[in-house]
Design a binder for this molecule. Sequence first.
Ligand SMILES: Nc1ncnc2c1ncn2[C@@H]1O[C@H](COP(=O)(O)OP(=O)(O)OP(=O)(O)O)[C@@H](O)[C@H]1O
Ligand SMILES: [Zn+2]
Ligand SMILES: [Zn+2]
Length: 803
Amino acid sequence: MYKKFVQLILNNNSKSIDQLFTYGVPDALADAVEIGKRVKVNFGNNKHMIDALIVSIDCSCQIPEHKIKTIIDVLDDVPVVSEEMIKLIFWIRERYICKYSDAIRLLIPAAIKYEHNIVVKAKEINNISLSDKEKELYNFIKDNPLELKNLKKHYTYNDIFTVIDNLKDKDAIEIISKDKLKGKEAYEKYVSLIEDKNINEYDINKTKNQVNVINYLKENKLVNIKKLSEDLGISPSVINNLIKKDILKEEYILYQIEEKNVIKNELKLNEEQKNACESIISSDNKVFLLHGVTGSGKTEVYMNIIEHYINENKQSIMLVPEISLTAQTIDRFEKRFGNKIAVFHSKLSKKEKLIQWTKVHNKEVDVVIGARSAVFSPIKDLGAIIIDEEHEDSYISSTSPKYNTIEVAIKMAHNLNSKVVLGSATPSINTYYMAQKGQIEIIELKNRVNNQMPDMKIIDMSSELDKGNNTLISEELYESMKKTLFNKEQAILFLNKRGYSGFVTCKKCGHVVKCDRCDVSMTYHIKGNMLKCHYCGRTKRMMYECPKCGSKKIEQFSAGTQHVERLVKQLFPNAVTERMDVDSMTDRDCYENIYRRFKNGSIDILIGTQMLAKGFDFPNVTTVGVLVADAILNLPFYNASEKTFQLITQVSGRAGRGSKTGNVFIQTYEPNNFIINAAKNNNYELFINEELKLRKEFAFPPFINIINICLISKNEDLVIKTANEKYEEIKEAVKDMVKERSLLLYRPIPHSIYKINDEYRINLFIKASRSKMAELKKILRSVYMDKDIEYIKVSININTDTV
Ligand SMILES: Nc1ncnc2c1ncn2[C@@H]1O[C@H](COP(=O)(O)OP(=O)(O)OP(=O)(O)O)[C@@H](O)[C@H]1O
Ligand SMILES: [Zn+2]
Ligand SMILES: [Zn+2]
């Protein structure tokens, strides 16, 4: 009879066990079980040890008791996942159509997973009769006390477990289970003298080294064992011997990161900043959009809010796009919060990640700074989650489960009764739409801290062409750069690399070929020499004459940063020019290096891609050039206008942040383009309302959901065949929704990069009205969980703002 039952999520990736399991709790463990702790259980053939997470505890159970297995051990002293975060696991599994184990992986770092080592040892046997097989195995074990997993390699009978069981029943062997709780790496061993002992009286023959250790510890009390052996030049065995003799005691202390010597500083907030902080803190609402123009001092607002919650003894999470997680952000936070911060980014080693995780879990820090995954930090008393540059795509996970950090943060705010602040100069359409509907409170910072916005100018590149300048740098931009360099100031040139090939444009009138049905630019495909729409799959023949002006100068657009770099070096041979793009930035250090050198003035001109637009604060930048604004505008995505507006505004926002006025030049073949003009005039509202109208008209988010099912496999024929089968299957399942026009299912089309890493990708797009999502998700889950296609990876991307 069990008095307690636990429901468990087993730590295993297999689709077939993606469900909750009920286990019985033996009385001996009844006090130890707690929601959020991990336990060890047998699974399957009873020999398979697996760890599992307790998600609920009950006093009764529907299942007949004899069918219930017992938990073997409780692995954690304290819960590793809080009850609230367990709720989040369930939510993520539903929301993003994934397995429990996928959701858990987000919350528990790999480094604190358990390892089970089961060692089988032979006992002395007298007069026990063993079968031949048993004898063979016994003799084998006797010579080789082995971990079970190795034993399996050496001893290949299928019934090895039965034989082991028999041997155990006959008391011929013992099974020792050694659990290795990974996670100890976050701690370092320290030693101190056991105080209540008079060491001099100790009756041992102390070696000279031992005496040295004792004297050292008399002076220094508690010392890191590594430091001790280094300082005294002795081997750790000397210390270990003293521990064994009960003269020293050991202690594990969380790995310390040295505190940097920082001068704490705090700026006096201006009126707007102060009001913003007060509104956010005092409001009853939970979710806020801090819409503040570039250079309006949003970071100070964030830090003040965090400070407020520190005073309430709460921790906060500060999220930034991965790429801006550089010295700049960390420096600023260190100056304010000293070493009470934890930092997470993708370049941390497993051990470093674990140290940071443990620090947060033990509540040793006040602030967690990190890229999107830091939203899952093990915080108990959450004050606020702040998401800076909330419009950035990097807040949507690129790997499965493809969670949207903003949605997760909002969910957490509701579960944990905390706040979410989404900050941006160019809020995403989804966020803004939610704000319009009253789900998010808007707080505005309308002015820059220095009270001057940069001077923005649109340059018509086709008239440059008429003037005989067919380079990528207009005369006016050139003149401005010259002046900037003369004044010992700095310039930034921006080029959108991603958009430099694919779309087809007329060099004379700027016309771009678009899909009639989707209003997105079509992409050139060499195969078949045709243009293709990435949404509906519609194709057109490649054209050689502009359908608008008849010019024959219609061609694939192309220009790269390297090309621009060469040009700039020709034009300004004496200036120090550097390039910052995905190709030149092979690692974080590279990026950091350029950042530092630009900051301290050793670089005059910086050329780069969107990397440059991420919240950089360089006060000495006075000229900014957006070389080909159209390139972004014509990306084959439905949100190309949004991205264009954001990028132009963000890049421009790098100019004139200090005491000097900034000059921004937006070069384009479409000088009258609405979006480019709205960006130039800093008119976010005008842009967004216009864009919302179009999204509604062409049925794009936030008005509907776009679901993308991507099927991935190394086997091309198989992935095509499966995609077609799934298409037919879904088509049948949604036929009523299609009939009532609340859903559109598109034929499978190849991913825009069809083959990555030898894997072929096929997309299935669905557009669905929001009211159908619940129903549709059931269908999607059955596609995802289909075991027949387990050999094909399926990733499902839901593009929505629904919370
Ligand atoms: N109250 C203040 N007094 C003086 N300087 C301030 C104040 N608030 C912010 N600043 C300074 O103004 C500059 C711009 O601030 P910050 O980088 O926070 O702007 P931002 O709103 O995040 O801009 P962006 O959206 O472009 O990243 C920084 O150098 C910051 O130190
Ligand atoms: Zn034309
Ligand atoms: Zn189309």
